[in-house]
Design a protein around this ligand. Structure first.
Ligand SMILES: Nc1ncnc2c1ncn2[C@@H]1O[C@H](COP(=O)(O)OP(=O)(O)OP(=O)(O)O)[C@@H](O)[C@H]1O
Length: 383
């Protein structure tokens, strides 16, 4: 791999815990051992994208194209691996980025502000973005009332006008009409001329062939092939042809087997295999295991509490509880150490404040007087 890259991903994996309920999710946060099933959406992806290059991502549904695009855009974190992105990214996806309760105009402002543009810059760009998106009067309506084509046009228009270094287009051109598609293609060509980098995710092999310099084929969480567009697309077409010839039962079995591999993936075994491979390729490098460990976990923000933190949390909780009990019991610590059962036998009974006590006493005497007066009254009547 050369150093002349705009995007570099190395040994990137993504694990999802398949929790059944929110309670399971909460339990797993405090527990060291969990029996929640896992699913590895990505099982070790490595590639580079050069400046000015348009890289296509292809693969069947659920293969992990959006997952890797979202990791590169910083929308979701990876579980392991290095992700080095040199520049601002802007992602256009059918279902990402737009807030459905805000109007088109408000979304333009919000997304542009998030990309670091000033209000004046946004004012200057506003009409151009609206014109390119071609959404007419709908610009002042909430985005939830837009068709998928309108959302896609607006998302694309915002993304290209805020001038990012890296443009990621995830299936966004699949819902537009031909005129809009042509406008987008021209814009993408403009981008490439300016030396900007593009990642283009699509099921349309024609679009991929037309727009991309190289293609990566992601297959059930793994990089099956990366290379020149015509070579990779041709191999992918062969695969699709083979798959389509399978019977319904064979197709289901093939898919189930692939998903099972993604459930059984062993991250430690993968880390070891990467370490062994690299040690073989570079025998001169010392401490390879530590280097690979750093590559795997060095830049990763864990979504789970490490086991040591879980144990520490439990220890602190128990210590606070004991401290409270010792305080309430009134016994000195040395006494509690000798007689642990005394922790639940306080030295003093809880007393009510003196004012309350007096009030209660007065009430009790009044009640008593009333009772005895009533008894006397009854007795005299009997007489
Ligand atoms: N939040 C999640 N929890 C559990 N599994 C998830 C989650 N998000 C994605 N996945 C799984 O990860 C795998 C990859 O999904 P992804 O959306 O990246 O695939 P894709 O190649 O973009 O698919 P498509 O072409 O249909 O858009 C799928 O099996 C999906 O079910």
């Amino acid at each position: 791999m050369t150093e002349d890259y705009k995007i570099k991903v190395q040994n990137v994996t993504k694990e999802y815990d398949l929790f059944k309920t929110q309670a399971d999710k909460l339990k797993s946060f405090f527990s060291v051992k969990t029996d929640v099933p896992h699913f590895w959406s990505l099982m070790g992806i490595s590639f580079e994208v050069k400046p000015g290059e348009a890289l296509g991502l292809i693969g069947v549904n659920g293969s992990g194209k959006s997952t890797i695009s979202n990791i590169i855009s910083g929308i979701i974190p990876q579980t392991t691996g290095l992700v080095d992105v040199r520049g601002d990214t802007s992602i256009v996806a059918i279902n990402a980025g737009l807030k459905k309760n805000l109007t088109g105009r408000e979304n333009i402002r919000l997304k542009s502000l998030m990309q670091g543009l000033t209000n004046e810059e946004i004012d200057d760009l506003m009409d151009e973005i609206i014109a390119f998106a071609d959404i007419g009067d709908f610009v002042d309506q909430p985005v939830k009332s837009y068709s998928s084509g309108m959302k896609s046009r607006l998302g694309f228009s915002i993304a290209v006008h805020i001038n990012p270094d890296i443009l990621i287009i995830d299936e966004a051109l699949s819902v537009g009409d031909d005129t809009f598609y042509q406008k987008c293609v021209d814009k993408i060509a403009d981008f490439k001329k300016q030396g900007k980098t593009i990642i283009f995710v699509s099921h349309s092999l024609k679009q991929i062939e037309f727009l991309c310099d190289r293609v990566a084929w992601i297959n059930y969480g793994k990089l099956r092939m990366i290379g020149k567009t015509d070579e990779v697309v041709s191999k992918y077409r062969e695969f699709i042809k083979w798959f389509k010839k399978l019977s319904k039962k064979e197709k289901a079995k093939f898919e189930a087997d692939q998903k099972q591999i993604q459930k059984d993936f062993d991250i430690d075994a993968y880390q070891k295999s990467v370490t062994d491979e690299e040690a073989k390729a570079h025998p001169e490098v010392k401490h390879m295991a530590a280097k690979i460990k750093k590559r795997f976990y060095g830049s990763v923000i864990s979504e789970k509490m490490p086991k040591t933190s879980v144990l520490f949390t439990w220890l602190v909780t128990v210590a606070i509880l004991l401290f409270c009990l010792v305080n309430v019991s009134g016994h000195p610590v040395t006494h509690i150490v000798k007689h642990p059962d005394s922790i639940v036998k306080p030295t003093k009974q809880l007393k009510l404040p003196t004012g309350v006590e007096k009030d209660n006493a007065k009430k009790a005497t009044k009640k008593h007087h009333k009772k005895t007066h009533h008894k006397k009254h009854v007795k005299s009547e009997e007489k």
